[in-house]
Design a protein around this ligand. Structure first.
Ligand code: HEM
Length: 184
């Protein structure tokens, strides 16, 4: 086991209280009371609502220039003021996965400006991308974002822009889960 593997456990425990679960596309997930993030790939347990597993990885699409910009502005997780989070598992369709890397990069950035748009919301939004596809999970990606309550509107604006992009035509399942830290 390596330290890049994570499990998002929806159940009755954990520092994150679930405010809402919204299916954006495809089937929803049940709404648990709380979410806990654990290291490693934890198997499903009967007393949990669901467990989503993923592994952090190297970048696939970013240029050296984009990487430099990201590294210079992005902030890490666990900032004390970032008490809001979004857990957004995403699955892309067969047409996406049938394309070559250069075709996917063209859609992600040349046509959709995913990175350019995303960069405008840094450092307010901190993010972490987990890959799940090769683990045989129901989603291809588990995305996690943290921000201060005052930046909720900006986060929603960012989502609105990304969901209107060509890249999102290749997404066939997306669930938007919003959480708040440390509230009983
Ligand atoms: C906060 C601003 C954001 C920035 C700066 C950002 C940046 C990036 C970058 C650089 C990548 C490419 C990683 C690679 O090279 O492998 C990426 C991938 C991805 N991002 Fe974002 N992103 C942001 C927001 C979002 C949001 C709000 C969502 C979802 C709701 C999202 C979903 C994804 C997904 C699913 C991928 C993987 C795409 C794939 O490999 O097909 N991102 N993002």
């Amino acid at each position: 086991m390596n330290d890049r593997m994570f499990s998002f456990i929806g159940g009755t425990e954990g520092p994150w209280r679930v405010e809402r679960v919204m299916a954006v596309k495809g089937d929803t997930l049940a709404k648990p009371a709380r979410v806990k993030i654990a290291s490693g790939l934890i198997p499903d347990a009967t007393d949990n609502t669901w467990t989503l597993r993923g592994v952090t990885s190297n970048q696939r699409y970013t240029t050296q220039e984009e990487n430099k910009k990201l590294v210079s502005v992005q902030e890490g997780l666990n900032r004390p003021e970032a008490t809001c989070a979004a857990l957004i598992p995403i699955r892309k369709n067969a047409a996406w996965w049938a394309m070559s890397q250069d075709q996917r990069r063209d859609i992600l950035e040349k046509h959709s400006k995913h990175i350019e748009i995303g960069l405008r919301y840094l450092p307010a939004i901190a993010r972490k991308l987990h890959h799940s596809r090769d683990l045989g999970e129901p989603f291809d990606f588990i995305t996690w974002f943290e921000f201060a309550p005052t930046h909720t509107h900006e986060f929603d604006e960012l989502l609105h822009a990304l969901r209107a992009s060509e890249e999102w035509n290749y997404i066939d399942r997306e669930v938007d889960i919003r959480l708040v830290r440390g509230v009983a």
